[in-house]
Design a protein around this ligand. Sequence first.
Ligand SMILES: [Zn+2]
Length: 434
Amino acid sequence: MPFHSSGPLPKIYNEAMKNQALYLVHDEVDYHLVELVIGITTILLYIYAMSSLPSIITSQTDLEQALSIIAKGDVFAIDTEFLREKTYYPQLCLIQIAGNGIHFAIDPLVEGLSLQGLWDLLADERITKVFHAGRQDIEIFYHLTGDVPKGIFDSQIAAMVCGLGDQVGYDKLVHHFLGHTIDKSSRFTDWSKRPLSDKQLSYALDDVIHLEKIYPMLCEVLEKENKLEWIKDEVKVIAALETYAIDPEQTYKRIKLRTNKPLILNRLKHLAAFREIECQKRDLPRGRFLKDETLMDLAATGPKTAEAISKIRGLGSQKNGWLTGQIISIIKQADSADKASWPKMPERKKTERAPAAVLEMLRVLLKHVCEEAAVAPRLIASASDLELLAVSDDKSQPVLQGWRYEVFGKKALAMKAGKIGMALNKGEMRFFDL
Ligand SMILES: [Zn+2]
């Protein structure tokens, strides 16, 4: 398959020529000549690279060539395909990149192919990386490099202030900005299979080709409407190391808890930490090693003998193996640990219950405000934010600070104080000053 070029060849050419024009301002003619020759050679190399690179890169030379072109731009779109059903760590199967006039996929399954060049690009904060719902991709990069890419932009987050709502899908984003409908039939194919079909490959590349085009459009909205600040908190989370670093001791918090008894929670904490470490060691999905429900049953009953353990569901064939001994000793350890170290469930704050009518009015106001500002409600206030607001005017709550206050908080306070009224007019909601 020929190397894809989405038509920006002339752009690179022009850029390079512009650079040459700048050089001509200098004095030394010889120097210009050398620079000019280098410049033209670079252009020729680009043209050569674009015509000779395959759409799926499997060789080191091709990879370096493609990455060197990307490195000369200031932004690129990136996406990955992976499998995570059979392993603890997601198995990276494909990396797609579009930027600076080219797009290509990298085959990370090729033995001996070094991705160091890509890791360097990811670490380069001068170059923006555009993801769509990048959390899982970033998690993979974190696992492989120990770091989070620098210069992250996430189109799904940006879309939250473009009237597209929360967690908008890539297809919807593409349709909204470019009017295309994308073929999703390859979405759930086996990305570890080789060779990938042309259809799989073009589906995978579409994920970055359109994304690269949408990026400047999203930026325009963010800048024009001054909404960069609005998504800052969300971006911070996906760009933070802590989001991806796993502390086995804390993994019990991911389990849907059915109790708040410290004794049981503490056993669960120890058991979950054990499971996490074992799964990391064996690269096994948590559920394949020990299911959440099994951990809960073990924690709740606290078996101290092999016989007691054999009555727990979900231990399967392992119940007579080494696991039985491990579990018994973990439960013993947990029970004898200093009680001060036992987890406590955050006590339910005994704030007054928000009056239902106030809460309902605030919800309606929030909905109205979000529609007008084309922002996903989650960015402004969660359900518990609203509950707090319903009973308190305390200025320190997030809803009453910064842009949230300007967009929503201010009106909410006015409504609570009886200064704003609500009316319906031909099915449309209207708010007016009283
Ligand atoms: Zn994808």
